[in-house]
Design a protein around this ligand. Structure first.
Ligand code: 4AD
Length: 544
């Protein structure tokens, strides 16, 4: 941009050669640039902190430099014009190519149901995931949520305007026949659709708004999270979501085998389960209510009517912690079982986890995805290592891992996330960490018969993630339960329905809650649970 008639321009070492500069406050950097931009202006140059008029020899040199800049600019302009003309000509040629829709019947197929051996003409509809356009040949990878398919376009179909202006994430309907891949070539499923025609259903934006500009790899995580609806289209996130579905299917299949009934307890509640500090409170027709932290209490009340039960329900925690394993809303898989001992309870938990994982690994879609995300993953061996809280303290002290105050662990200390992770990662196998002190646990946990200081409680710890399950045997005696409420300073009044579970035919029972995103982080080797939730909610994030 050159400006005629500009009176004075300023130049300084600290300046910048760009638009908006040239004043005493925002000077240019080079005198040559100043002369190029404002050929007839007086050039003031900063020397020893003061502006003074440029010397005659300095000006001569600057004019020469400005001539060079002018030549360069003219060349760039010519090149840009030539390029634009070339592209316009290419597009005009592409537009001149008329593509007629062939009048041939085609069977609509989703990618997973394509028969690679068939000679049938098919039509596949999906999103353009990858695109490479060359002269006379174009390749795209189309995605339809059931798989990926390479499509080859050749001749006019590659050269026509539709292909030349096609963009990533556009939707297309591609017609053609399946061919096996030429020797030495690679594509999903070792096959490709050789297209004889295709339609664009929805053209995605190009240029500034192009998909790849919206979700750039390595961009700021918060910006990427704003574009979650687009990042979910990526192969990694969508793979985790596919595995997630198999995980839920797997648990449902195992629970069905074990004759558990699935239920859907309410999310809006007026009682707490895991401590008041993480409750999300809201106004409910003039009364206080909360988003559920856990469906446990409701599950317990269902034992007499439905027998053993489970639910897969969202739980909510107003977590202050910004850790990689805490969400404000997470999918909580909870189960409650009647008439069993603590030992049977522990065996149930490990068996259910391993059987659900087996189910996922055997699934034709999810199994290979787990191997892709977490190469070499093997289902854990049974039985899991059983370790009491006190044994864990000894292990930590023996390994010189200290408590939060930097001192050796003592009975009653909480084992914080970092220390727990160090231990779990070092042991490198699933651990059933059990018998936590009463003082660390919730009001409902049953004491062990041999030691009233500790509870029949368990956390399942997995390498890389830490705790994925928390559970316990429940107090089944009314008076003892009332004592628990008292100890925790909770009014028993709103819990009348929960207490009645003990009064109207009590039974020994226990249950647990598994964080689905944490299990996925372990199974799919993801750094954070945020990568295992569709639209994660965490401190300060409730969109999109
Ligand atoms: O250990 P928690 O708090 O136990 C309960 O809620 C019991 N009432 C469950 C029961 O016995 N039915 O939570 C259980 C599991 C944890 O082990 C963890 O996997 C997950 O829920 N979890 C979270 N996951 C993600 N973000 C959070 N903020 C979580 N808090 C708990």
């Amino acid at each position: 941009m050159r400006v005629k008639g500009l009176g004075v321009v300023y130049v300084s070492e600290e300046g910048e050669d760009s638009a908006g500069h040239g004043s005493a406050e925002k000077p240019f950097k080079n005198a040559a640039y100043a002369v190029y931009v404002a050929p007839d202006a007086k050039v003031m140059q900063k020397k020893d902190g003061q502006y003074e008029e440029i010397s005659a020899s300095g000006l001569k040199k600057a004019k020469k430099g400005a001539e060079g800049l002018a030549k360069k600019a003219e060349k760039a302009r010519q090149q840009a014009t030539a390029q634009a003309e070339k592209e316009a000509a290419k597009l005009a040629a592409a537009e001149a190519i008329q593509i007629e829709k062939p009048d041939l019947a085609a069977a609509t197929k989703r990618i997973f149901e394509i028969d690679s051996e068939s000679d049938e003409r098919i039509v596949v509809k999906g999103w353009v995931q990858q695109l490479r356009v060359q002269k006379g040949l174009a390749f795209m990878v189309v995605r339809d949520g059931t798989g990926y398919l390479q499509v080859v376009l050749s001749g006019d179909l590659a050269n026509c305007a539709r292909t030349q202006t096609l963009t990533l994430e556009s939707t297309v309907a591609v017609y053609g026949k399946i061919h096996s891949l030429p020797e030495g070539k690679h594509a999903p499923g070792n096959r490709e659709l050789v297209a004889d025609y295709y339609d664009v259903i929805g053209l995605a934006p190009g240029g500034q708004d192009a998909f790849t500009n919206k979700v750039q790899e390595g961009a700021d995580p918060s910006l990427l999270m704003d574009q979650r609806h687009l990042t979910l289209r990526g192969e990694t996130l969508s793979s985790v979501m596919k595995v997630r579905q198999a995980v839920l299917d797997g648990f449902r299949a195992v629970f069905k085998d074990l004759h558990l009934t699935e239920v859907t307890p309410p999310c809006m509640v007026q009682t707490q389960v895991e401590g008041g500090s993480t409750l999300f409170k809201f106004e409910y027709y003039g009364e206080d209510a909360y988003l559920t932290q856990s469906s446990q209490l409701y599950l317990e009340t269902l034992l007499p009517s439905l027998g053993d039960v489970f639910c897969i329900q969202e739980s909510f925690r107003a977590e202050r912690s910004h850790t990689r394993r805490h969400l404000s809303e997470y999918t909580h898989l909870e189960s409650e079982l009647a008439f069993l001992s603590f030992d049977e309870f522990l065996t149930h938990i490990e068996t259910v986890i391993v059987r659900a994982v087996e189910y996922v690994l055997e699934d034709p879609i999810a199994g290979p995805l787990v191997q892709k995300l977490n190469p070499g993953f093997e289902k854990p061996k049974l039985p899991f290592l059983r370790m009491t809280y006190e044994e864990a303290l000894k292990w930590l002290n023996d390994h010189e891992i200290t408590n939060e105050e930097g001192k050796p662990f003592e009975f009653g200390d909480d084992i914080a996330e970092a220390e727990e992770r160090k231990m779990t990662d070092a042991i490198n196998q699933p651990i059933l960490l059990n018998k936590f002190p009463l003082t660390l646990k919730s009001f409902y946990m049953k004491k062990t018969p041999e030691d009233a200081r500790v509870t029949e409680s368990v956390d399942v710890l997995m390498p890389g993630v830490g705790e994925i399950v928390g559970g316990s045997m429940r107090i089944d005696d009314t008076d003892e339960l009332l004592e628990g409420f008292k100890r925790e300073g909770i009014s028993p009044e709103p819990y009348y329905w929960y207490i009645d579970q003990r009064r109207y035919g009590t039974c020994p029972h226990g249950g647990y809650g598994l964080g689905v995103e944490r299990l996925l982080a372990w199974l799919c080797n993801r750094y954070t649970v945020r990568d295992c939730s569709l639209y994660p909610r965490y401190t300060g994030r409730c969109k999109p």
